[in-house]
Design a protein around this ligand. Structure first.
Ligand code: CTP
Ligand code: CA
Length: 226
């Protein structure tokens, strides 16, 4: 659909979206990864552009086409994603949407050569990766609105609200990632969205429709604070 077909509620806004998994290299042929197709984040970047925003999409390793009019930065690891997101926020982004499934841990020391199977067991030492969402939400200057995702297999509302407050973000979009409701590798999604003063459900629909609904909600909150 033509740009003009959508109300330009994000016109003049600078938006940074992270999407996809990150891969943390163990050795030259192996990595620790996360189950993420990147489709939700790419749909958000595309929808933000259609709604008039200037969009930078920081993408982990996925094979998806770049949405029209979107500036794409490809990264592999959590550390690279963090650096690319921080760089993309300047000068003064209005909105950050952290839709990436960032690896929580990364090998302390990546091996320069392929690890050979010389022992019956293998222990990898892992270190926490930077929490990109928390860092973006806590830095100065900060995007006016910071939106995170929460992938949960249980206690969705409690964990999602916990992340909202722990990371100082404005909106958390939660999805259930176990059983039939799993969002992985699907073209549709359902979200439960939480903010300080309220919550709402976005019913199961194609990811591009869910993206538009989420951004409509976010645009309203941007307007309110403008
Ligand atoms: N996130 C991030 N950087 C990380 C880990 C997570 O920016 N190193 C972001 C994700 O992009 C998402 C949000 O934090 O927007 C929540 O991710 P999730 O994996 O659900 O929560 P975690 O905070 O990592 O906690 P846990 O995995 O223990 O549930
Ligand atoms: Ca995590």
């Amino acid at each position: 659909p033509a740009l003009a077909a959508h109300p330009q509620v994000l016109a003049g806004r600078r938006v940074v979206v992270s999407a996809g998994p990150t891969f943390e290299d163990i050795d030259p042929v192996r990595y620790l990864g996360n189950r993420s197709s990147g489709k939700m984040g790419f749909a958000i970047a595309e929808a933000a552009r259609e709604l008039g925003a200037e969009v930078v999409l920081v993408a982990g390793p996925v094979h998806l086409p770049t949405p029209p009019g979107v500036t794409r930065v490809d990264v592999r690891s959590a550390r690279q994603m963090r650096d690319a997101v921080i760089a993309a926020l300047a000068p003064q982004a209005d909105l950050y949407v952290g839709a990436a499934a960032v690896a929580d841990y990364s090998p302390v020391q990546g091996a320069d050569h392929k690890i050979k199977k010389t022992s019956a067991t293998l222990t990898l030492e892992l270190a926490r990766t930077p929490d990109i969402l928390a860092e973006v939400a806590q830095r100065t200057p900060r995007p006016r609105l910071v939106v995170g995702f929460a992938a949960e297999t249980q206690n969705l509302a409690a964990y999602a609200r916990g992340k909202l407050y722990a990371k100082n973000v404005d909106v958390i979009a939660a999805n259930a990632v176990s059983g039939a409701e799993s969002a992985f590798e699907r073209d549709d999604n359902a979200l439960h969205v939480f903010w300080d003063q309220g919550e709402t459900e976005i019913a199961r629909a194609p990811k591009r429709d869910v993206a538009r609904r989420l951004l409509a909600l976010v645009a309203e909150r941007l307007e309110a604070g403008a």
